[in-house]
Every structure is written in structure tokens, then in C-alpha cells.
Design a protein around this ligand. Structure first.
Ligand SMILES: *[C@@H]1O[C@H](CO)[C@@H](O)[C@H](O)[C@H]1NC(C)=O
Ligand SMILES: *[C@@H]1O[C@H](CO)[C@@H](O)[C@H](O)[C@H]1NC(C)=O
Ligand SMILES: *[C@@H]1O[C@H](CO)[C@@H](O)[C@H](O)[C@H]1NC(C)=O
Ligand SMILES: *[C@@H]1O[C@H](CO)[C@@H](O)[C@H](O)[C@H]1NC(C)=O
Ligand SMILES: *[C@@H]1O[C@H](CO)[C@@H](O)[C@H](O)[C@H]1NC(C)=O
Ligand SMILES: [Zn+2]
Length: 940
């Protein structure tokens, strides 16, 4: 899936309840649970919701039956499926439901004799077949299939279970037939529906999101990535959307059989969307979206870029695109950013549709990189699939690395490859520096339940995966890296592999080319993959000694996660020091030394005080002597080393003094990101005023620079990075209260309200809207809300949705919070991020926290089915926490909701507690110093 949005799934109790009687089930279960606890028994939870037929044998002991295990037995191997699905895009007014019906036949081979068939199935109702069973079985090749003895649905583990009265025979083939009905719900998972308005008419789309474990919600299937098969899909759908008078005029679309593929990559969609198309070297490329969006040319950019990116990856992988067509579709409701279904990639509208009048350069970059990310998966992930979800990091980390290569191909002027440092390396450093982090690789047996799988779609898998693969590609050289990659793809095409298979192929390439590396690929990579965290490398220029240790944001925190990594030579925690030359690329000036050039290595760097002083000297006299990425890195390292108490906070603040001369985006972005932490910690304290004064002085020259560069804000800067930094200039100038900036944004916004013609350039809209709404009252808010509701492109709606959270009026914020749980106001896909926006606002912080606390069990049960990212939510609303009182509230929250659970946010709750403790300590130790420093800087 595309990064940036992580899905979360129904988990724990939420997964047990189905349909009606939900509330009663929750209550019943919690009663059972508390009784169990009271008896101080072993905490056995009922393993079945009890809403459908039960297994024939009832037992109270923890059952160890095959159907209680989350992993399929190895006895049956699917060959192909014939599936017909009929989604009804009209609500049944009697039941109030949208449904789909389906028939499926799967042909499987028996690999080990067995009298049991387990096949995944979730939330499907079956029509009874022969002898009242939920399925029927036939055999091929003349022998008679055993008859079905009993059949039932095992809800917790999501199986259709069939017990047979005789054995299936090894190497024989069988057909399993089913007829079923499912709900076409608006839950963003499995086969679901998306709704939108067009010309005043509500339209319904039936679409899918299978990854990771929701194909079983569309039809019964062996829903594991290694159970590859061929799928013959038939869809039944209405002809056109016009109301017809005499019943349904239906049409049947039969699709060519797929290649051999995993269930999680399937997709089927019924809509009345339009498309534009192209053909490149025989591959048909189509972009689908709502008809008005296509008519307005919003798919053109994606169509223009898809061909070149596809060609780039064919070359990169040395493998032609495996399918005859590549469809990409923008959906009004979609939970992740995008999903790499093989040949039918699904996107949020904001991730695919571009419109020059509405889209910023950042929107455009996102489209180019997400397309590249998803197309990269067509080979890496789809053609060759990881055997099990514990290796997800390799799939997502790889796509998150090469997405920059593909985007660079599409937009060579942008220097987009540099941005991996800000968007992935820095982003994940923040998480991976916590004691509650986790290694990239997990043990297969630790990843079993759907919620455990969902939890893997996190910053570690995406961004750390991308960071260490970039490092690997760099030290092997791209030539050797792609050589290994190509033979890996060739060997495992249409099959499955594990990450060690990639290491073997890279090793073969190393051996074939005689590349000199100090250890095997596998030994080197194990240190990064099998243990969590990353090192801080200290370069002591006075002694010449280079040393390293595990970098922990809170040096007092205790790492309890067991490491899978066994240190080979007992020398050190991270890469053996004798291989350090691989990672510590050093350049130096006359008297200073700088390590980790372009931040290729996945580690932070510290120096002796003397070298730090000399680096600060270079920054203030001739900052361009240091590469721009490293200027960003010096700031980021210094601030984080200070948070970990390795250097003083004052030293970190001093890295920002040269910024009044800096014009480049990356160092500013890095500084703004780190200063955000200061805002979070101090925007409710007396440090705030002096900090604002200092930063206003620092940013004013940048603001003035852009004012003249753009001829008093009339033009757009030429460079991509310059366009980004213009946004920083305005955001920070307005945030720090530069009057000229505030007047500018208010004046633009007022002009818009009065003339109804928007004069604001798309690049600047988010920040201008936000500042104007913050400065204004109900009138500005209501205007923006009406613009939000009427926006014709999601990219514009998203900017407004963000800015609406900037108001300083508590009543408006509270009302906005209420809207987030009303899908008519805020789409479910946007609920989490809207709440987090509100929490980012200093006025909204406590309102959002109270809201989430008060509604937790409601949110969890109502939105548990995929539309809420619980970890983003928990991290987002607790980010500012830095007092004892807030820590107590957080612990209380954890305790109060222990029974409801936190699902995919479980780890985030612990991370938030850890972060709050660290913040409390940090403030106690730093507040006075920081205040004194800002005050001293204010004085001329
Ligand atoms: C609506 O559902 C009811 C109950 O399942 C069913 O009897 C009826 O035929 C359905 N109506 C339509 C129009 O499909
Ligand atoms: C699926 O359909 C194909 C083509 O009609 C047919 O050859 C095959 O036998 C069918 N397989 C099953 C399992 O029904
Ligand atoms: C499936 O069956 C349950 C229990 O009878 C019912 O509540 C639910 O509405 C059914 N779902 C569909 C899609 O028919
Ligand atoms: C685009 O699609 C239309 C209609 O399906 C077709 O006639 C045309 O040849 C296609 N164009 C390209 C360039 O593939
Ligand atoms: C797409 O490419 C065409 C032809 O090169 C060009 O005229 C058009 O401006 C491009 N559209 C976008 C949105 O990039
Ligand atoms: Zn992905």
C-alpha cells in the first residue's frame, strides 16, 4: 500500500461481533471477561461470538483445534477459483442494507491426506446446499469425494470449516462450491461501497480493499499470500445508471483469468466512472475517475507519468511489465493512500488526480511518488510476493525506496531523491529512537492475527525499510544491487520468497562482480534488520576514535524487546566497527570533519565539542561548504542528540542561528520540524514569547527574500524546492506573528470571501487558509466550510479540512470534532487525520483529547473495521503531553479501556506513555536554559 496512511482493522472484540446484537455481545463478553478475571482464573476468553452455529464439540479448555489457529494447515493448495459477484448498488429498503451475492468454486489439490477443509471466510452468509451444509464438494478424476459431516463458520479465526466423513486423498483434485451473501458496507474493507454526489444525485461505487486479510470478506478463499492461484472473476452489474422501468437490465463481464497471484492483490469495481487511456509498447494504460474529474482533465498528469515510470521500472528490474494492462482508479472513499492490486491500482482521489488550478507542487509530488510506489510493487510484491506478513517491511520498504527513483524519472528537475532524508529517514528516526520500537523483521509465529498483521503497516516497515535498503544499494553500488534484484525476481516470478532470498541473490551479485565488502550481505544486514533502533556514531576529532552506541531518545528508558539478533563477534551492538568505513563517509574542511555524507547511513552522528564549534563556525561564515542535505542533518542530529542528553540543548539551538542566511528548503524544513517540538512543549508556557521573537527575527530575511523573488508575491518561484521553502517562509513568518505576513494572508482570504474568486496560489493555500481562519471567527470558518462541502476536487477539500482545524474558537473546534464522527460531514477515511489536526492546535489539544477519551469505545467499535488509524490517532492527540497530570490521564485511559482494547493502536499507547515521560523530564531539565537563551538572543 502507499505510505502515509496506514490501515487499521477490526480487532479483538470488534472482530467477534457481527451485525445485529452487537451491543449485547460486547456487554456479554465483558461480563464474561470480568467474571473470569474476578475468579482469578487463567484468562480464557470465549473463542467464538456464539452468533452462528458452533463446532460440534463444546469444550471450555483452551481449544487447540486446527480451526482455532490463525494459520492455514498445509494440507490443501488452491489451483484456481471461479468467482461470480453481483454487487447491488441500491439499498434494500426493507433491510436497509446494500449487499452483494456471489458464487465461488475453488479447485484445490490435496497435498496431505485430511478429513478437514479450512478456508477463510469473514462476514459472509451462506446459502445452504446439499444436506443443509454451507458448501458442497466434488472431486475430479472419477473418485468420489467424501461427504460433508458438519460445516460451520468459525468467527474468531475467520474460517468456513468443513468436517468430512472420509479422507481427501493426496494429489487428488477437488472442487468446493459455495453460494453466499455479504454486506456492501461503507467500511472501507473487503468488497465495500463508496458514495459521492454528482449533479445532485448520490452515486454508489462497489470497490475493494483486500490487503491484508479482507479478500475473505468478499468470497471464501485461502487468504494467505503464499496461497497463490489463478482467479476467473465475473462481475454482474447494471447497464448504465439511468433508472430503468422494467426491472434490471443486467450485464455480465467476464474477465480473463489472472496470472497466478495472491488473494490480497485482487480487486473488483463496479462504477460509472470515465477513463482516459494510452498505450505504451502494447501495454494499455487507463486512468479512471468520476466523470466530471476526467472531463476536467484531472487524470491527465497521472496518465502522462504512468508510461515513463512503467518503462523505468522495466529497465530497473530488467523484466517486462507482467500484465497486458495497467488500470489506475481514484476512489472517493479509500482508507490507505493507494493499493497495488495487480493491474488495477486503487487510489484516494488526492493521490491520483491533479488539477493545475487546485493542486500544489506538493500534491503533484505525492501523485508522482505514489504512482511510482505502486508500479514498483507490480514486480516487487506482486510478481514475487513475500511468503508471510512478517516480511512486510521488505515489500513496503523496497517500494518506499524505489518510489523516489521512479518519481525522479518522471520529474528529473525536482531533486526528489534528496527528500527521502526528510520524509523517511528523519521521520522514522523519531520512532526508532524509542525503547518501545521494534525490529524490522518479526518472527513468523508472532504475526498471526489480522490485527497483528495490520500493526506492521507502520513507519518502521515503510521508512526504516526504505532507509536501510537505500544504504545497502549505496554501499553495494546500484549496479550490484540491481543485478541481485534482477536474478531474485527472475527466480521467484509468480511465486513467493523471504528476505533472506534477496540477500542470497545480492550476495551472488557481490561474488560475481568481485565487489569488496567486509562481511557477507546477510551479516551486514542482520544488524539492521533483526534488532531495533539505530546507533549514534561519535567521531572524536581530538583522539581520532570513532565509537557507537544505541541511540535512545530517553537514555534512562529500558529496552525490553528481545533482540532476535545474535551479535556475531561480540564486538558491538550495531555494525561491527571494522565495517564502519562502509557507513561513516567523511569529508572535511581545513579543520572540521563531517560524517555521514548525504545521510546515506542509517545513524546519527555526534562529535567532540571542538568539532561542533568548528562546524557552527562554518555554518555562520560559509554554510555552503557543507552539502545541503548535511546542513539539514546537522540541525536534526543536534536537536535529537540534545533530547537524548548527549549534547546540550543550547548547542542544538545554536545550529539555527545561521538560518537567517539560509535559503534552501531542506535545512529550513529540518529546523521547522525540530522547532515544532519546542512549540509543542512550550506554547503553553512563558518560553513562548521570547521563542517567537527569536524565530521571527530568523525567518524575516527568508520572508523578504521570497517577497522580492516573487515580485511582491505575484509570481511562483521556479524551483520545486524553492516553492516548498516559500511555504515555510510564510508559515513561520505568520506563526511567529510577523505583521506583514498576517496582513497578507488575511487580505488574500478576504478577497476570496468578497469576490468568490480565489486569488491564492495552490502551493500557499493550506498555510494561507490556516492563518486566515486562525485570525478570523465564525464568518471565516463558515465560509471555508461551505467551500469544503462544495469543492469539486478532493485536493482542495483536503486543504480546507486541514485549515478548518486552525480556528482559535473552542466552540467551533468542538463542533468540528463532532463532525468527524458523522460520515455525512467528514468522510470516514478522513476522520482520524481531522481529529489529529485539531489536536495540533494548542486550543484544540485538550478538546480533542477529551473527545477521544470520552468516545473511545464508540470509535473503536463503530470505526474498528478499517476506517480509523488508531496508532495515528493515539500518537496525534497525545503529542503535546508533557505534564504529570497528562501522564496520569494517559495511564488512566489505558487502564479504563483495557477491555475495549486499542487494536492497531496498542503499541502507540505505550509509545505515548514513554514519550510523555521523556517530555516531562526534558522540560524539567531544559526550560530555564531555553528561556534564558531565547531571551539573550532577543537582545541586540
Ligand atoms: C430486500 O430484502 C428482503 C429480505 O431479505 C427480500 O425479501 C427482498 O426481496 C429484498 N428486496 C429487493 C428489492 O431486493
Ligand atoms: C472455471 O471456469 C473454467 C472456464 O470456464 C473451467 O474450465 C474450469 O473448469 C472452471 N473451474 C472450476 C473450479 O469450476
Ligand atoms: C447475515 O446474517 C445475519 C444474521 O442472520 C444478518 O444479521 C445479516 O444482515 C446478514 N447479512 C447479509 C448481508 O445478508
Ligand atoms: C483508448 O480507448 C479507446 C476506446 O476504448 C480506443 O478506441 C483507443 O484506441 C484507445 N487509445 C489508445 C491510445 O490506447
Ligand atoms: C500531459 O501531456 C501533454 C502532452 O505532452 C501536455 O500537453 C499536458 O500539458 C500534460 N498534462 C499534465 C497535466 O501534465
Ligand atoms: Zn506499498
Amino acid at each position: 500500500m502507499g505510505k502515509g496512511f496506514f490501515i487499521s482493522k477490526a480487532v479483538g472484540i470488534a472482530a467477534i461481533i457481527v451485525g445485529a446484537g452487537a451491543l449485547a455481545t460486547i456487554i456479554a463478553l465483558s461480563v464474561v471477561y470480568s467474571q473470569e478475571k474476578a475468579k482469578n482464573n487463567d484468562n480464557v476468553l470465549p473463542t467464538d461470538g456464539g452468533t452462528t452455529s458452533k463446532p460440534p464439540v463444546t469444550t471450555t479448555a483452551p481449544s487447540n483445534e486446527p480451526w482455532d489457529k490463525y494459520r492455514l494447515p498445509k494440507s490443501l493448495v488452491p489451483d484456481h477459483y471461479n468467482v461470480t459477484l453481483w454487487p447491488r448498488l441500491k439499498q434494500n429498503l426493507t433491510t436497509g442494507l446494500f449487499i452483494f451475492t456471489g458464487q465461488s468454486t475453488v479447485e484445490f489439490v490435496c497435498a496431505e491426506e485430511t478429513d478437514l477443509i479450512l478456508i477463510h471466510s469473514n462476514k459472509l452468509n451462506y446459502t445452504k446446499r446439499e444436506n443443509n451444509h454451507l458448501a458442497s464438494l466434488t472431486s475430479l478424476g472419477g473418485v468420489k469425494a467424501p461427504s460433508i459431516k458438519s460445516s460451520w463458520l468459525q468467527q474468531v479465526t475467520q474460517y468456513l470449516v468443513l468436517q468430512l466423513d472420509g479422507k481427501l486423498m493426496k494429489d487428488h483434485r477437488y472442487h468446493l462450491h459455495t453460494d453466499f451473501t455479504g454486506e456492501l458496507a461503507d467500511d472501507l474493507g473487503g468488497f465495500y461501497r463508496s458514495e459521492y454526489m454528482e449533479d445532485g444525485v448520490k452515486k454508489v461505487v462497489a470497490t475493494t480493499q483486500m490487503q491484508p486479510t479482507d479478500a475473505r470478506k468478499a468470497f471464501p478463499c485461502f487468504d494467505e499470500p503464499a496461497m497463490k492461484a489463478i482467479f476467473h472473476i465475473t462481475l454482474i452489474h447494471d447497464l448504465g445508471t439511468v433508472a430503468l422501468s422494467n426491472g434490471h437490465d443486467v450485464q455480465k463481464t467476464v474477465f480473463q483469468p489472472t496470472e497466478k497471484m495472491s488473494t490480497y492483490l485482487l480487486a473488483f469495481i463496479v462504477s460509472d466512472f470515465s477513463f482516459i487511456n494510452n498505450t505504451i509498447d502494447g501495454v494499455l494504460i487507463r486512468i479512471f475517475a468520476r466523470t466530471p474529474a476526467i472531463a476536467a482533465g484531472q487524470g491527465d498528469y497521472a496518465l502522462n507519468k504512468t508510461g515513463p515510470i512503467l518503462k523505468f521500472f522495466e529497465k530497473y528490474y530488467n523484466s517486462s511489465y507482467p500484465l497486458p494492462k495497467s488500470d489506475q482508479i481514484a476512489l472517493p472513499d479509500f482508507n490507505a493512500g493507494a493499493m497495488e492490486n495487480w493491474g488495477l491500482i486503487t487510489y484516494r482521489e488526492t493521490a491520483l488526480l491533479y488539477d493545475e488550478t487546485f493542486s500544489s507542487n506538493s500534491n503533484k509530488q505525492r501523485i508522482a511518488t505514489i504512482i511510482a510506489h505502486e508500479l514498483a510493487h507490480m514486480w516487487f510484491g506482486n510478481l514475487v510476493t513475500l511468503r508471510w506478513w512478517n516480511d512486510l517491511w521488505l515489500n513496503e520498504g523496497f517500494a518506499s525506496y524505489v518510489e523516489y527513483l521512479g518519481a525522479h524519472e518522471a520529474e528529473p528537475e525536482w531533486n526528489v531523491k534528496d527528500l527521502i532524508v526528510l520524509s523517511d529517514v528523519h521521520r522514522v528516526f523519531a520512532v526508532d529512537a524509542l525503547a518501545s520500537s521494534h525490529p524490522l523483521s518479526s518472527k513468523e509465529e508472532d504475526i498471526q492475527k489480522p490485527a497483528q498483521i495490520s500493526e506492521l503497516f507502520d513507519a518502521i516497515s515503510y521508512s526504516k525499510g526504505a532507509s536501510v535498503l537505500r544504504m545497502l544499494s549505496d554501499f553495494l553500488t546500484e549496479k550490484v544491487f540491481t543485478m541481485g534484484l534482477r536474478t531474485y525476481l527472475a527466480e521467484f516470478a509468480f511465486g513467493n520468497a523471504g528476505y533472506t532470498d534477496l540477500w542470497s541473490h545480492l550476495q551472488m551479485a557481490v561474488d560475481a562482480t568481485g565487489t569488496d565488502i567486509p562481511e557477507t550481505v546477510s551479516n551486514i544486514m542482520n544488524t539492521w534488520v533483526l534488532q531495533m533502533g539505530f546507533p549514534v556514531v561519535t567521531v572524536n576529532t581530538s583522539t581520532g576514535i570513532i565509537s557507537q552506541k544505541h541511540f535512545l531518545l530517553d537514555p534512562d528508558s529500558e529496552v525490553t524487546t528481545p533482540s532476535i539478533y545474535k551479535c556475531v563477534d561480540g564486538l558491538s551492538y550495531f555494525p561491527p566497527l571494522r565495517t564502519i568505513n562502509l557507513y561513516v563517509f567523511i569529508i572535511s574542511g581545513s579543520d572540521w570533519v563531517l560524517a555521514n555524507i548525504n545521510v546515506v547511513g542509517y545513524y546519527r552522528v555526534n562529535y567532540d565539542q571542538g568539532n561542533w564549534e568548528r562546524l557552527l563556525g562554518v555554518l555562520s561564515t560559509n554554510h555552503v561548504a557543507i552539502p545541503v542535505i548535511n546542513r539539514a542533518q546537522l540541525v536534526d542530529d543536534a536537536f535529537n542528540l540534545a533530547r537524548a542528553k548527549i549534547i546540550s540543548t543550547v548547542l542544538a539551538l545554536r545550529t539555527t542561528k545561521y538560518l537567517n542566511k539560509e535559503r534552501e528548503y531542506m535545512p529550513w524544513e529540518s529546523a521547522v520540524g525540530n522547532l515544532d517540538f519546542f512549540y509543542l512543549m512550550f506554547d503553553r508556557s512563558e518560553v513562548y514569547g521570547p521563542m517567537q521573537d527569536y524565530l521571527r527575527n530568523q525567518v524575516t530575511p527568508l520572508f523578504t527574500h521570497y517577497k522580492s523573488l516573487t515580485d511582491n508575491w505575484k509570481n511562483v518561484p521556479v524551483g520545486h524546492m524553492d516553492q516548498y521553502n516559500q511555504v515555510n517562509a510564510i508559515s513561520l513568518a505568520c506563526r511567529t506573528g510577523l505583521r506583514e505576513c498576517q496582513n497578507l494572508t488575511n487580505q488574500w482570504f478576504n478577497q476570496w470571501m468578497e469576490t468568490k474568486l480565489n486569488p491564492i496560489h495552490p502551493n500557499l493555500r493550506s498555510t494561507v487558509y490556516c492563518n486566515a481562519i486562525a485570525a478570523g471567527g465564525a464568518k471565516e470558518w463558515e465560509f471555508a466550510w461551505s467551500q469544503f462541502k462544495n469543492a469539486s476536487i478532493a485536493i482542495e477539500a483536503d486543504k480546507l479540512r486541514y485549515a478548518l482545524a486552525c480556528t482559535k474558537q473552542p466552540w467551533l473546534l468542538n463542533r468540528y470534532l463532532e463532525y468527524t464522527l458523522d460520515p455525512n460531514m467528514i468522510r470516514k477515511q478522513d476522520a482520524t487525520s481531522t481529529i489529529v489536526y485539531i489536536a495540533n492546535n494548542v486550543i484544540g489539544q485538550s478538546l480533542a483529547w477529551d473527545f477521544v477519551r470520552a468516545r473511545w469505545s464508540y470509535i473503536f467499535t463503530q470505526y474498528g473495521g478499517g476506517s480509523f488509524s488508531f496508532s495515528n490517532l493515539v500518537n496525534g492527540v497525545t503529542e503535546r503531553f508533557s505534564t504529570e497530570y497528562e501522564l496520569q490521564q494517559l495511564k488512566q485511559f489505558k487502564e479504563d479501556n483495557a477491555e475495549v482494547g486499542f487494536g492497531s493502536g496498542t503499541l502507540a499507547v505505550d509509545q505515548s506513555i514513554e514519550r510523555t515521560i521523556a517530555n516531562i523530564k526534558w522540560i524539567a531539565e531544559n526550560k530555564q536554559n531555553v528561556l534564558d537563551w531565547f531571551k539573550a538572543e532577543e537582545k541586540p
